[in-house]
Ligand binder design. Structure first.
Ligand code: 9MJ
Length: 669
C-alpha cells in the first residue's frame, strides 16, 4: 500500500509531475496526459500551497505570475557579451563566409549547424543550480534589461531545469517569439475589445516583453526557442554546438526540432533552400537561416570581430517589409462590384519582387491606419499574398499630404457606389453594365479553379472587352481565330491555342461550372457542396432558400445570393448560351461520391495547410461525420500542432490517430 505523503513531500511530487507535463506540452509538443488530468494536479498543488503557504517557493509552477508591476526595468550586465550576427544576403556572400572560415582554420571542409533564424527578441536566461534566477534582454550586447518577471510567465521557459548534469551556473540564450496562431488569437482578442491591433508578431512579442506589469505579459502568447549558451560554470558541456542544443532540450528547454548538422557549402545552400520553401508553413516568422561552426574548439580558434562571431553567419531571406512612399490612392472595382482602395507606391523591392501597388482593403482600413497620399509607409509582402500597407511612419508625413476621399461614383462606369448597413465593403451598383465587373467576371470564369481556360489571362480579357469582341462569358465561345488574330501580342498560333483551350474547357464538371458563374459567396467549396447535393443544374435553379439552407455549410446569406442570382433573367440567358455552345458536365447521382459515409472523425490541434473548419468541411463533403468529442465509435482523431486532451482520450480508447499528412491523403482519395 502506498504510504501517505506529508504535505511537503506531496507538494514536491506534484511540482515534479507538473514540470514534466509542462515539458511534454510546451517543449516537446507531445502531451502525455489529458488537460483535465493536468488541471487536477494543478489544483491539488494550488490548494496545498494555500493551506501551507510556508511551502511556496519561487520555482513552483504556480508562481509564474507573482510579482507586482515595476516602475522601470533594472540593468543587467552580460558576463559574456551577447553578440549579433553578420549577414549574408546571397549565396555568394555565404560562400565567402565559408571560404574565410576554412582558410583561417586551414581545413578543406567544415561542419556547420543550420538553424532557422527566428524573428523575435534575443533573451538570456540565467540558471543557478537549475533554478531560473534572471531573464534579460540583449540590449546593446553588453548591457540589457532585467525582464525576469516577464520571462517567468512564458510557459516554454522552465522555472527549474529537469534532469541532471547541468552546470551550476548556466546562461542560456534564445529568441522569444509569438507564433502565427498566437498572433492571430491575440489580434482577434484586441479587435473584440476595441484595442489597437499589433502590426506583426515581432512587434507584439517586443511590446509584450516590455510590459512593466507581468500580469499583462502573462496574457500574451509568448514562446521561447533556445539556440545557444553564454556562460557555463561549474560543470561540463559537450564540445559541439549541436550536442549542446540536444542537452538543452534534455534539461527542459525548448529547441527547434528541425536544426541540422551540415557539411560544406552546398549542404548549407540546400538547407537554406529547404527552409525558404517551408517558410510559409512554419508556425512562426523566420527571416533567414543561421549557420554556426559546430565544433567549439574551432569556434574558439576563429574568435570574433567587433560585435559578431567569426564562426557564425545569418543567411537572410529577402526582406518582406520595406519603406516606400504612397504616391496616390486609387480604387479598384472587383467582380462583385467591391470597391478596394489601392495605394500606388514608389516602386520598392520587397521579398524578392518589385512592388508598386498595395491593397488597403477598404475605407475603414484606410482610416484606421490613417494613410495619406504622400505618407511614408511600411509595405509588407508575405509569400504569394497581395502586398499590403502595414502602417504609416507618422513622423515623416509631409505638410502637403492629402487624405483619401472615397468616391461616391464608380470610376469605371459612373454608377452609384453604395455601402450596405453593417457591411465594411462599398460596392459599385453597375453590375454587368460596369466594364470593370464584366472583365473580372470573365477573368474569374476562365481561372484555374473555374473553367480553367489556358492562355486567357488578364491582359487578353481586357482587350476582348475593350475591343467589344465579347460582352459576357458566353461570348468567349463565339470567338474565332480571325477575330483574335488582330489583337495585340496575339499571333495566329496563340489564337489557335486559345480556341483549342476554349473547346477543351467545354467538358467540365458541375462544381467548376457553378463556381465559374461567380455567384456571390459561392467559392469552390460551396460549389462542390451544391453540385454534390443537386447533381445537376436544373434542380438548383429551382431551389428555394429553405431548401438551400438545409445543406450543411450553406447559411441564409449564401442561400439568398444563390436564389437572387438565378432570378435574374440575364443570368439564365447566359447559362442558356453556354449550354448551346455545348458546355456540359456529367450529371451525377445525387450525393454519389461519399466514400467516407458512416465514418466519424474528430479534429484537434491546429493544422498548417488548412484551417480546422476547412478540414471539417472537406471531410463532410466526402460523407464523413465530424464530431467534437472522442468516443469508441470515432473512426479516427486527426491531430495537428498542439493537440488538446482529445488526443489522449483517443489513445486511451485505442482510437486511431491520424496526422495532417494522413488527412491530406484521405481527402485526396
Ligand atoms: C535566431 N535569431 O534564431 C542566433 N538565432 O547565435 C539563432 N540567433 C545567434 N542563433 C549567436 N538561431 C548570436 C545569435
Amino acid at each position: 500500500m502506498a504510504v501517505k505523503k506529508n504535505p511537503a513531500q506531496r507538494v514536491e511530487q506534484l511540482r515534479e509531475q507538473i514540470r514534466f507535463h509542462n515539458y511534454r506540452y510546451y517543449v516537446l509538443d507531445d502531451p502525455q496526459i489529458p488537460d483535465a488530468e493536468y488541471d487536477r494536479l494543478w489544483r491539488e498543488l494550488q490548494s496545498l500551497e494555500e493551506a501551507h503557504p510556508e511551502l511556496i517557493s519561487a520555482d513552483s509552477p504556480t508562481q509564474r505570475i507573482g510579482a507586482e508591476p515595476l516602475n522601470a526595468f533594472g540593468d543587467v550586465r552580460h558576463e559574456v557579451p551577447m553578440l549579433s550576427l553578420d549577414n549574408a544576403f546571397d549565396d555568394g556572400e555565404l560562400s565567402e563566409f565559408d571560404r574565410r572560415v576554412r582558410e583561417r582554420l586551414e581545413l578543406d571542409e567544415v561542419e556547420y549547424t543550420a538553424e532557422p533564424k527566428l524573428d523575435g527578441l534575443a533573451v538570456s536566461l540565467l540558471y543557478e543550480h537549475g533554478i531560473l534566477l534572471r531573464g534579460a534582454t540583449r540590449g546593446d550586447g553588453s548591457t540589457g534589461e532585467d525582464i525576469t518577471q516577464n520571462v517567468r510567465t512564458i510557459h516554454s521557459v522552465p522555472l527549474r531545469l529537469i534532469g541532471d548534469g547541468y552546470p551550476a551556473r548556466l546562461e542560456v540564450r534564445g529568441e522569444v517569439i509569438i507564433s502565427h496562431a498566437g498572433f492571430q488569437a491575440l489580434n482577434e482578442r484586441a479587435q473584440q475589445q476595441g484595442q489597437k491591433l499589433f502590426a506583426n508578431p515581432r512587434n507584439a512579442a517586443a511590446g509584450s516583453l516590455r510590459q512593466l506589469d507581468p500580469r499583462v505579459t502573462a496574457r500574451r502568447p509568448l514562446e521561447m526557442y533556445c539556440y545557444g549558451v553564454g556562460l557555463a560554470a561549474g560543470g561540463k558541456l559537450p564540445q559541439r554546438h549541436s550536442e549542446i542544443l540536444q542537452r538543452l532540450r534534455g534539461w527542459g528547454l525548448r529547441v527547434y526540432s528541425g536544426i541540422e548538422c551540415v557539411s560544406a557549402l552546398q549542404a548549407c545552400i540546400d538547407y537554406y533552400r529547404k527552409l525558404e520553401q517551408q517558410r510559409e508553413s512554419l508556425p512562426f516568422d523566420i527571416d533567414g537561416v543561421v549557420f554556426k561552426v559546430d565544433r567549439l574548439d574551432l569556434q574558439q580558434q576563429l574568435g570574433f570581430v567587433a560585435r559578431a562571431p567569426r564562426w557564425a553567419i545569418a543567411r537572410k531571406f529577402p526582406a518582406q517589409e520595406e519603406l516606400t512612399r504612397v504616391i496616390g490612392i486609387d480604387v479598384q472595382v472587383g467582380r462583385t462590384g467591391a470597391i478596394t482602395p489601392v495605394a500606388r507606391l514608389e516602386p520598392v523591392f520587397v521579398g524578392g519582387v518589385t512592388v508598386t501597388n498595395a491593397t488597403l482593403h477598404n475605407e475603414d482600413e484606410v482610416r484606421r491606419k490613417d494613410v495619406h497620399i504622400g505618407d511614408t509607409v511600411i509595405v509588407r509582402r508575405a509569400g504569394d499574398v497581395i502586398p499590403e500597407v502595414v502602417s504609416v511612419m507618422a513622423d515623416r508625413r509631409p505638410e502637403n499630404a492629402r487624405a483619401f476621399v472615397m468616391p461616391t461614383r464608380c470610376p469605371v462606369c459612373d454608377s452609384d457606389i453604395e455601402k450596405v448597413e453593417g457591411e465594411v465593403v462599398a460596392r459599385c451598383t453597375g453590375g454587368l453594365y460596369c466594364e470593370a465587373q464584366r472583365k473580372e467576371a470573365i477573368r474569374h470564369f476562365a481561372s484555374r479553379r473555374a473553367m480553367d481556360i489556358e492562355g486567357l489571362g488578364e491582359k487578353l480579357v481586357e482587350q476582348l472587352v475593350e475591343h467589344k469582341l465579347i460582352d459576357d462569358v458566353a461570348g468567349l465561345y463565339d470567338l474565332d481565330v480571325e477575330s483574335l488574330a488582330g489583337l495585340e501580342r496575339m499571333g495566329e498560333k496563340s489564337a489557335r491555342n486559345l480556341i483549342a483551350a476554349l473547346e477543351k474547357s467545354k467538358q467540365t464538371t458541375l462544381d467548376r461550372f457553378l463556381y465559374s458563374l461567380g455567384i456571390r459567396e459561392v467559392g469552390d467549396a460551396t460549389a462542390r457542396s451544391l453540385a454534390r447535393d443537386f447533381g445537376d443544374l436544373g434542380p438548383l435553379i429551382d431551389a428555394t432558400e429553405e431548401r438551400l439552407e438545409s445543406i450543411p455549410d450553406i447559411g441564409p446569406v449564401v442561400a439568398k445570393h444563390i436564389v437572387h442570382f438565378f432570378q435574374q433573367p440575364h443570368n439564365i440567358e447566359v447559362i442558356e448560351k453556354l449550354r448551346n455552345a455545348r458546355v456540359s458536365w456529367p450529371v451525377t447521382e445525387k450525393a454519389a461520391h461519399q466514400p467516407l459515409q458512416g465514418h466519424t472523425y474528430v479534429l484537434t490541434g491546429s493544422l498548417s495547410v488548412m484551417t480546422r473548419d476547412e478540414a471539417r468541411h472537406r471531410l463532410q463533403q466526402l460523407g464523413a461525420k465530424v464530431s467534437g468529442s472522442v468516443s469508441s465509435k470515432t473512426t479516427a482523431v486527426i491531430a495537428g500542432e498542439k493537440p488538446g486532451s482529445k488526443l489522449a482520450k483517443a489513445e486511451s480508447l485505442g482510437v486511431a490517430v491520424l496526422s495532417e499528412q494522413d488527412l491530406l491523403q484521405l481527402l485526396e482519395q
